[in-house]
Design a protein around this ligand. Structure first.
Ligand code: CP
Length: 320
Protein backbone atom coordinates (compact mmCIF):
# COMPACT_ATOMS: atom_id res chain seq x y z
CA UNK A 1 0.00 0.00 0.00
CA UNK A 2 1.51 3.34 -1.03
CA UNK A 3 -1.31 5.67 0.06
CA UNK A 4 -4.64 5.46 1.92
CA UNK A 5 -7.09 8.01 0.61
CA UNK A 6 -10.13 5.93 -0.34
CA UNK A 7 -11.36 2.33 -0.54
CA UNK A 8 -9.51 1.99 -3.85
CA UNK A 9 -6.23 1.99 -1.89
CA UNK A 10 -7.39 -0.73 0.50
CA UNK A 11 -6.80 -3.77 -1.72
CA UNK A 12 -8.37 -6.73 0.10
CA UNK A 13 -10.75 -5.22 2.68
CA UNK A 14 -11.17 -8.50 4.58
CA UNK A 15 -7.38 -8.87 4.88
CA UNK A 16 -7.13 -5.37 6.38
CA UNK A 17 -10.00 -6.17 8.77
CA UNK A 18 -8.40 -9.46 9.83
CA UNK A 19 -5.07 -7.75 10.47
CA UNK A 20 -6.83 -5.11 12.56
CA UNK A 21 -8.55 -7.77 14.68
CA UNK A 22 -5.18 -9.57 15.06
CA UNK A 23 -3.72 -6.30 16.39
CA UNK A 24 -6.67 -5.89 18.74
CA UNK A 25 -5.87 -9.33 20.20
CA UNK A 26 -2.13 -8.67 20.30
CA UNK A 27 -1.35 -4.92 19.98
CA UNK A 28 2.46 -5.26 20.20
CA UNK A 29 2.94 -8.24 17.86
CA UNK A 30 4.74 -6.00 15.31
CA UNK A 31 6.33 -3.60 17.79
CA UNK A 32 9.58 -3.38 15.81
CA UNK A 33 8.01 -2.91 12.35
CA UNK A 34 8.17 0.89 12.51
CA UNK A 35 11.42 1.19 14.44
CA UNK A 36 13.39 4.20 13.22
CA UNK A 37 10.40 5.47 11.17
CA UNK A 38 8.45 8.66 11.76
CA UNK A 39 4.91 9.72 10.83
CA UNK A 40 3.78 13.35 10.66
CA UNK A 41 0.13 13.92 11.58
CA UNK A 42 -0.95 17.24 10.05
CA UNK A 43 -4.26 18.72 11.16
CA UNK A 44 -5.87 21.57 9.27
CA UNK A 45 -9.05 20.86 11.31
CA UNK A 46 -9.82 19.58 14.85
CA UNK A 47 -9.86 15.94 15.98
CA UNK A 48 -10.00 13.79 19.10
CA UNK A 49 -10.28 10.15 17.95
CA UNK A 50 -8.36 10.29 14.67
CA UNK A 51 -5.40 12.08 16.15
CA UNK A 52 -5.02 9.98 19.30
CA UNK A 53 -5.85 6.58 17.80
CA UNK A 54 -3.29 7.09 15.02
CA UNK A 55 -0.67 8.12 17.57
CA UNK A 56 -1.38 4.99 19.64
CA UNK A 57 -1.30 2.81 16.50
CA UNK A 58 2.08 4.24 15.46
CA UNK A 59 3.45 3.71 18.97
CA UNK A 60 2.28 0.06 18.94
CA UNK A 61 4.38 -0.43 15.78
CA UNK A 62 7.44 1.23 17.33
CA UNK A 63 7.02 4.30 15.11
CA UNK A 64 7.42 7.90 16.27
CA UNK A 65 4.38 10.12 15.66
CA UNK A 66 4.63 13.91 15.61
CA UNK A 67 1.45 15.99 15.55
CA UNK A 68 1.40 19.38 13.84
CA UNK A 69 -1.77 21.47 14.15
CA UNK A 70 -1.22 23.35 10.91
CA UNK A 71 -4.35 25.48 11.35
CA UNK A 72 -3.15 26.88 14.70
CA UNK A 73 0.65 26.61 14.62
CA UNK A 74 1.74 26.63 10.99
CA UNK A 75 2.06 29.19 8.22
CA UNK A 76 -1.12 29.62 6.20
CA UNK A 77 -0.65 27.31 3.20
CA UNK A 78 -1.48 28.12 -0.44
CA UNK A 79 -2.70 25.17 -2.54
CA UNK A 80 -3.58 26.80 -5.91
CA UNK A 81 -1.06 26.24 -8.68
CA UNK A 82 0.26 29.53 -10.07
CA UNK A 83 -1.27 31.59 -7.25
CA UNK A 84 -0.09 35.18 -6.89
CA UNK A 85 0.35 35.08 -3.12
CA UNK A 86 -0.68 38.62 -2.24
CA UNK A 87 -3.38 37.50 0.23
CA UNK A 88 -3.33 35.70 3.58
CA UNK A 89 -1.40 32.58 2.53
CA UNK A 90 2.30 32.62 3.41
CA UNK A 91 3.80 29.37 2.08
CA UNK A 92 2.98 27.31 -1.01
CA UNK A 93 2.30 23.59 -0.63
CA UNK A 94 4.91 22.89 -3.35
CA UNK A 95 7.53 24.41 -1.02
CA UNK A 96 6.23 22.98 2.28
CA UNK A 97 5.30 19.40 1.27
CA UNK A 98 8.74 18.29 -0.03
CA UNK A 99 10.27 19.51 3.24
CA UNK A 100 7.74 17.50 5.24
CA UNK A 101 8.62 14.55 3.00
CA UNK A 102 12.24 14.83 4.18
CA UNK A 103 11.27 14.95 7.86
CA UNK A 104 8.78 12.06 7.77
CA UNK A 105 8.54 8.55 6.29
CA UNK A 106 4.73 8.80 6.16
CA UNK A 107 2.45 11.85 6.20
CA UNK A 108 -1.15 11.81 7.42
CA UNK A 109 -3.42 14.77 6.77
CA UNK A 110 -6.84 16.02 7.87
CA UNK A 111 -8.51 18.65 5.68
CA UNK A 112 -12.25 19.40 5.82
CA UNK A 113 -14.32 20.79 2.91
CA UNK A 114 -15.35 24.44 2.71
CA UNK A 115 -18.95 23.38 1.87
CA UNK A 116 -19.06 26.51 -0.33
CA UNK A 117 -18.00 25.18 -3.73
CA UNK A 118 -18.79 21.54 -4.56
CA UNK A 119 -16.43 21.34 -7.53
CA UNK A 120 -13.50 22.58 -5.44
CA UNK A 121 -14.25 20.28 -2.49
CA UNK A 122 -14.84 17.20 -4.66
CA UNK A 123 -11.57 17.82 -6.56
CA UNK A 124 -9.79 16.98 -3.25
CA UNK A 125 -7.15 19.59 -4.10
CA UNK A 126 -5.62 19.80 -0.60
CA UNK A 127 -4.84 16.12 -0.11
CA UNK A 128 -3.92 15.67 -3.78
CA UNK A 129 -1.39 18.50 -3.55
CA UNK A 130 0.22 16.79 -0.54
CA UNK A 131 0.38 13.53 -2.53
CA UNK A 132 1.85 15.34 -5.53
CA UNK A 133 4.61 17.17 -3.66
CA UNK A 134 5.45 15.20 -0.48
CA UNK A 135 7.18 12.22 -2.12
CA UNK A 136 6.21 9.88 0.76
CA UNK A 137 3.05 7.79 1.40
CA UNK A 138 0.05 9.92 2.40
CA UNK A 139 -2.80 8.75 4.66
CA UNK A 140 -6.13 10.60 4.83
CA UNK A 141 -7.23 11.46 8.34
CA UNK A 142 -10.48 12.71 6.69
CA UNK A 143 -10.49 14.75 3.53
CA UNK A 144 -13.05 16.97 1.81
CA UNK A 145 -15.18 14.04 0.66
CA UNK A 146 -14.04 10.84 2.44
CA UNK A 147 -12.97 9.42 5.81
CA UNK A 148 -11.39 6.03 5.00
CA UNK A 149 -9.87 5.25 8.42
CA UNK A 150 -13.33 5.74 9.93
CA UNK A 151 -14.96 3.51 7.32
CA UNK A 152 -12.39 0.74 7.77
CA UNK A 153 -13.10 0.98 11.52
CA UNK A 154 -16.81 0.67 10.80
CA UNK A 155 -16.37 -2.52 8.76
CA UNK A 156 -14.05 -3.92 11.46
CA UNK A 157 -16.70 -3.21 14.11
CA UNK A 158 -19.47 -4.84 12.06
CA UNK A 159 -17.30 -7.87 11.29
CA UNK A 160 -16.32 -8.17 14.95
CA UNK A 161 -20.00 -8.24 15.95
CA UNK A 162 -20.79 -10.87 13.32
CA UNK A 163 -17.83 -13.04 14.41
CA UNK A 164 -18.92 -12.78 18.03
CA UNK A 165 -22.35 -13.98 16.84
CA UNK A 166 -23.96 -11.06 18.56
CA UNK A 167 -25.99 -10.78 15.41
CA UNK A 168 -27.59 -13.84 13.88
CA UNK A 169 -27.40 -12.60 10.30
CA UNK A 170 -24.84 -14.19 8.01
CA UNK A 171 -25.55 -11.42 5.47
CA UNK A 172 -26.53 -8.47 7.67
CA UNK A 173 -28.83 -5.65 6.72
CA UNK A 174 -26.99 -2.36 7.22
CA UNK A 175 -28.90 0.94 7.19
CA UNK A 176 -27.24 4.34 6.89
CA UNK A 177 -29.70 6.92 8.16
CA UNK A 178 -29.50 10.70 7.98
CA UNK A 179 -30.06 12.45 11.33
CA UNK A 180 -30.86 16.06 12.28
CA UNK A 181 -28.15 18.56 13.26
CA UNK A 182 -27.86 22.25 14.12
CA UNK A 183 -25.51 23.15 11.26
CA UNK A 184 -24.48 21.86 7.83
CA UNK A 185 -21.86 19.10 8.09
CA UNK A 186 -19.63 17.53 5.40
CA UNK A 187 -20.78 14.44 3.48
CA UNK A 188 -17.42 12.68 4.10
CA UNK A 189 -18.43 10.05 6.65
CA UNK A 190 -21.62 9.11 4.80
CA UNK A 191 -19.88 9.06 1.37
CA UNK A 192 -17.07 6.96 2.73
CA UNK A 193 -19.29 4.52 4.65
CA UNK A 194 -21.36 3.98 1.49
CA UNK A 195 -18.23 3.52 -0.61
CA UNK A 196 -16.75 0.93 1.79
CA UNK A 197 -19.96 -1.06 2.43
CA UNK A 198 -20.58 -1.27 -1.32
CA UNK A 199 -16.99 -2.36 -2.00
CA UNK A 200 -17.08 -4.88 0.87
CA UNK A 201 -20.20 -6.42 -0.67
CA UNK A 202 -21.11 -8.64 2.29
CA UNK A 203 -24.31 -6.87 3.41
CA UNK A 204 -27.70 -5.73 2.17
CA UNK A 205 -27.26 -1.97 2.23
CA UNK A 206 -30.02 0.64 2.54
CA UNK A 207 -29.57 4.43 2.77
CA UNK A 208 -32.41 6.57 4.10
CA UNK A 209 -32.61 10.36 4.19
CA UNK A 210 -35.15 13.16 3.65
CA UNK A 211 -35.71 14.47 0.13
CA UNK A 212 -32.94 16.86 -1.02
CA UNK A 213 -30.22 15.01 0.94
CA UNK A 214 -29.13 12.67 -1.89
CA UNK A 215 -25.44 11.78 -1.71
CA UNK A 216 -23.14 11.58 -4.74
CA UNK A 217 -24.02 8.53 -6.85
CA UNK A 218 -20.36 7.62 -7.27
CA UNK A 219 -20.43 6.51 -3.61
CA UNK A 220 -24.00 5.24 -3.16
CA UNK A 221 -24.30 3.13 -6.33
CA UNK A 222 -25.27 -0.37 -5.24
CA UNK A 223 -27.33 0.70 -2.22
CA UNK A 224 -31.12 0.84 -1.96
CA UNK A 225 -32.17 4.44 -1.27
CA UNK A 226 -35.45 5.47 0.38
CA UNK A 227 -36.93 8.60 1.95
CA UNK A 228 -38.96 6.46 4.38
CA UNK A 229 -36.86 5.88 7.48
CA UNK A 230 -39.33 3.52 9.21
CA UNK A 231 -39.41 1.31 6.12
CA UNK A 232 -35.61 1.26 5.93
CA UNK A 233 -35.25 0.31 9.60
CA UNK A 234 -37.40 -2.84 9.26
CA UNK A 235 -35.25 -5.87 10.23
CA UNK A 236 -32.00 -3.89 10.20
CA UNK A 237 -29.03 -5.54 11.94
CA UNK A 238 -26.86 -2.43 12.01
CA UNK A 239 -27.97 1.22 11.86
CA UNK A 240 -25.33 3.84 11.14
CA UNK A 241 -26.52 7.30 12.15
CA UNK A 242 -25.01 10.45 10.64
CA UNK A 243 -25.98 13.93 9.61
CA UNK A 244 -24.80 15.41 6.31
CA UNK A 245 -25.56 18.60 4.42
CA UNK A 246 -27.06 18.72 0.93
CA UNK A 247 -24.96 17.62 -2.04
CA UNK A 248 -27.04 18.83 -5.00
CA UNK A 249 -27.64 22.41 -3.81
CA UNK A 250 -24.29 22.15 -2.13
CA UNK A 251 -23.59 22.50 1.60
CA UNK A 252 -27.08 23.55 2.73
CA UNK A 253 -29.34 22.43 5.55
CA UNK A 254 -32.91 22.04 4.27
CA UNK A 255 -35.51 20.10 6.17
CA UNK A 256 -34.22 19.34 9.69
CA UNK A 257 -37.13 17.34 11.07
CA UNK A 258 -36.36 16.12 14.65
CA UNK A 259 -38.51 13.04 13.92
CA UNK A 260 -35.48 11.64 12.03
CA UNK A 261 -33.58 11.23 15.36
CA UNK A 262 -33.30 7.54 16.31
CA UNK A 263 -35.20 6.55 19.49
CA UNK A 264 -36.03 3.27 21.23
CA UNK A 265 -39.43 3.37 19.49
CA UNK A 266 -37.67 3.32 16.11
CA UNK A 267 -35.18 0.70 17.33
CA UNK A 268 -38.16 -1.60 17.92
CA UNK A 269 -38.64 -1.75 14.12
CA UNK A 270 -35.21 -3.33 13.68
CA UNK A 271 -33.76 -6.77 14.33
CA UNK A 272 -32.39 -5.52 17.69
CA UNK A 273 -29.97 -3.50 15.56
CA UNK A 274 -26.58 -2.38 16.78
CA UNK A 275 -26.28 1.39 16.53
CA UNK A 276 -23.20 3.09 15.15
CA UNK A 277 -21.97 6.69 14.89
CA UNK A 278 -18.47 8.00 14.15
CA UNK A 279 -18.58 10.63 16.96
CA UNK A 280 -18.55 13.42 17.98
CA UNK A 281 -22.35 13.38 18.32
CA UNK A 282 -24.80 16.08 19.44
CA UNK A 283 -26.88 14.26 22.07
CA UNK A 284 -30.65 14.56 21.76
CA UNK A 285 -30.29 16.34 18.42
CA UNK A 286 -28.53 13.78 16.24
CA UNK A 287 -28.96 10.72 18.52
CA UNK A 288 -31.06 10.28 21.68
CA UNK A 289 -29.60 9.61 25.13
CA UNK A 290 -31.67 6.43 25.34
CA UNK A 291 -29.97 5.02 22.24
CA UNK A 292 -26.44 6.23 23.05
CA UNK A 293 -26.62 4.97 26.63
CA UNK A 294 -28.51 1.78 25.71
CA UNK A 295 -27.11 -1.71 25.29
CA UNK A 296 -27.44 -1.65 21.48
CA UNK A 297 -24.99 1.23 21.09
CA UNK A 298 -21.61 0.30 19.58
CA UNK A 299 -20.22 3.84 19.51
CA UNK A 300 -17.60 3.44 22.26
CA UNK A 301 -16.36 0.10 20.93
CA UNK A 302 -16.38 1.59 17.43
CA UNK A 303 -14.21 4.55 18.50
CA UNK A 304 -11.86 2.15 20.31
CA UNK A 305 -11.44 0.22 17.07
CA UNK A 306 -9.98 3.32 15.41
CA UNK A 307 -6.59 2.23 16.82
CA UNK A 308 -6.68 -1.17 15.09
CA UNK A 309 -7.79 0.30 11.76
CA UNK A 310 -4.93 2.80 11.84
CA UNK A 311 -2.45 0.10 12.90
CA UNK A 312 -3.58 -2.21 10.09
CA UNK A 313 -3.13 0.56 7.49
CA UNK A 314 0.22 1.73 8.87
CA UNK A 315 1.46 -1.83 8.90
CA UNK A 316 0.45 -2.30 5.23
CA UNK A 317 2.30 0.89 4.30
CA UNK A 318 5.42 -0.02 6.31
CA UNK A 319 5.46 -3.50 4.73
CA UNK A 320 5.25 -2.21 1.14
N1 CP B 1 -14.72 10.16 14.09
C1 CP B 1 -13.71 11.06 14.06
O1 CP B 1 -13.06 11.25 13.02
O2 CP B 1 -13.48 11.70 15.24
P1 CP B 1 -12.51 12.94 15.41
O3 CP B 1 -13.06 14.07 14.56
O4 CP B 1 -12.53 13.27 16.87
O5 CP B 1 -11.15 12.56 14.95
Amino acid sequence: MTQFISVQDAGNINALVKKALDYKANPLMDQLLGKGKRIGLLFLNPSLRTRLSTQVAASNLGMEAIVFNVDKEGWALEFEEGAIMSGNTVEHIKDAAPILGQYFDVLAIRTFPSLKNREDDYSEMYINQFIKYAGVPVISLESATLHPLQSLTDIITIQEEILAQKTSASRPKIVLTWAPHIKPLPQCVANSFAQWVNAWGEADFVITHPEDYELAEQFTNGATITHHQDEALQNADFVYVKNWSTYTDYGKMYENNPAWMLTNQKLALTNQAKIMHCLPVRRNIELSDEILDGSNSLVTKQAGNRVWAAQSVLSAILNS
